[in-house]
Ligand binder design. Sequence first.
Ligand code: HDD
Length: 693
Amino acid sequence: MADEKQEQRRAHFADDPAAGPLTTDQGVTVDHTDDSLQAGERGPTLMEDFHFREKLTRFDHERIPERVVHARGAGAYGYFQPYESCAEFTRAAFLQDPGVQTPVFVRFSTVQGPRGSADTVRDVRGFATKFYTSEGNYDLVGNNMPVFFIQDGIKFPDFVHAVKMEPHNEIPTGASAHDTLWDFVSLQPETLHMMMWLMSDRAIPRSYRMMQGFGVHTFRFVTAAGKGTFVKFHWKPKLGVHSLVWDEAQETMGRDPDYNRRDLWDMIEAGEYPEYELGVQLVPEEDEHSFDFDLLDATKIIPEELVPVRPIGRMVLNRNPDNFFAETEQVAFHTANVVPGIDFTNDPLLQARNFSYLDTQLIRLGGPNFPQLPVNRPLAAVRNNQRDGYHQSRIHQGTSYSPNSLGGGCPALAGADESAFRHLTERVDGQKIRKRSPSFTDHYTQAALFWHSMADWEQQHIIDAFRFELGKVNAKQVRERTIGELAHIDHSLAVKVAEGIGVPAPESTGTPRPTPSPALSFENLKGDGSIRSRQIAVLVKDGVDAQQVSGLKQTLGEEGAFVEALAPQDGEVSGASGSLSADRALPTVASVLYDAVVLPDGGLGAGDTAADAAARRFVLDAYRHGKPIGALGSGIEVLKKLLPDQVRTVSGGAEPVSDQGVVTAAVNGDAFARAFAEATAAHRHRNRPPARI
Ligand code: HDD
């Protein structure tokens, strides 16, 4: 049913370029579009050439303002389906019937960079979902981190001005490593918890398909009887949470600036649909004040150990947009787009957002009628007295005021027994003041909670990230002030960062060490343990055991991985046991674009040709980045030559040996495939002896 509706929407708005010859916007057929109308073969262009003028004018107006934040993104359609009725907590129609699929559009994004920036920058990722529910559109406009930089939306312009490119030279693109951001951070300690997340590997996701999403704010569920419950929303990816390593992320920016967007697109095209589970943390209204932080403070999480995440449904993304501009660029999210059964809290960040998103769409999409654009249009019927405005595409009839008798009283208001949005009744009274609540003042405890919940390697990556970012800051006082702030989170963190950036180590200030939250560590977010959709490279050249390569493609392919043969150039490779076609030429790719690599018997390796040199680099990069490496037959000798001090424990026969993600065997077979799949499922092997390059 949901699919049928989506199809109808598409059909109605799709152009059919094959239906007839080229026309103007007025539908006038044109038989020449390569030369403008001129007075004589070498004469001036004539004003009366309406086709020329229309074509150029339309072109001149093709761009609209990019989003002030989250400018770069990728979108996809799909559906959401609840596991069971949530009527106990909310009356929201799309959360009632496990048999009903609600269509969705999701847009993922980076925050800082402009539309043309690279994907794999260190940044927050947007995770915005539009549910086209039977009761109207619901937008859950979240991020891949569960907290935010500031507590009150009035600070948003300050924060964004600080993090965006600096105004005098528009540098840096897609990076937070610059003076103005860290100046702001060092003076605004409420940013620190979010900065810990930003310095962690969460900020460089391997794929949009492998990151969590969070609604961030505390919202409210409301039942049919009008009972409220506080709720925080979580998206959990089926494939687990995986990230790049920083060195890899940086190289990927050059090798494939569209890395995350391409991955989303390609996997949907390949039928490898991204899937996420929606979970909720529920807090009864009467428990509002039972935490040592304020539920209305968007710089705080509710640790999952205190309130577990309850799974309520799943979302599958199964269709790419037809037109990037029409859909992904023109989609307009708004936190105030809620449906009956979902309501706000007084979180001051959320309240500000409820103003800002509508306001931004008015300028970005050129007027108040953007909800009529196909991607924004609700599936639920729209009937009201709102009229006219730029780009009105509805042809309204009849009266446009209420109450009326001449229009038969239409549209009528919903009766008490009908479903309508009714705001939760909440007692509000107080002084009119401009003052942050004292319950918002602790900025360090949860930053420390995050830090102490990390595994050793995660902590090291955070230290490295701080050193990189602050190392790019020119103002010495900003570096020093930031180190002073880090000391409030954890003294050893501050000392280790200080050592790397030439700043004196601070005095210990001693924030108590909170009980860690294991749910925050990558170690506990590994997903379903499969190797579905992992990209595996096999390095081949003439003389390779072609049968072995097709065997690898088959066995690993059956597990859901994508296996590609990389050869010195495109075309046929003649092998020892038949021939095979190269999937890609090695010079067009790099290790950073793959999750794992195999050196087959007779494949590319440690020789002296240029292709061997590229293969060498491929394998060494994979090793340094902790990726699984497989070697079969003579591939083992190649591997030992490339990494003589690192690869010592290898297989001497058919039985595979697996050591820190290096899997070797004389021949391919089920046992090798199993061991290699296991190493690949683990994603990274971080305790390898270091390799010098
Ligand atoms: Fe925002 C875009 C997420 C705070 C104002 N925001 C935007 C997008 C996401 C978020 C995912 C991109 C939507 C899309 O793909 O089109 N923003 C968040 C989260 C926040 C947050 C999770 C904190 C919990 N935002 C926030 C505040 C304000 C804004 C406090 C202003 C008071 N955000 C905007 C905006 C944007 C936007 C300026 C830019 C483009 C757009 O809205 O459509 O209005």
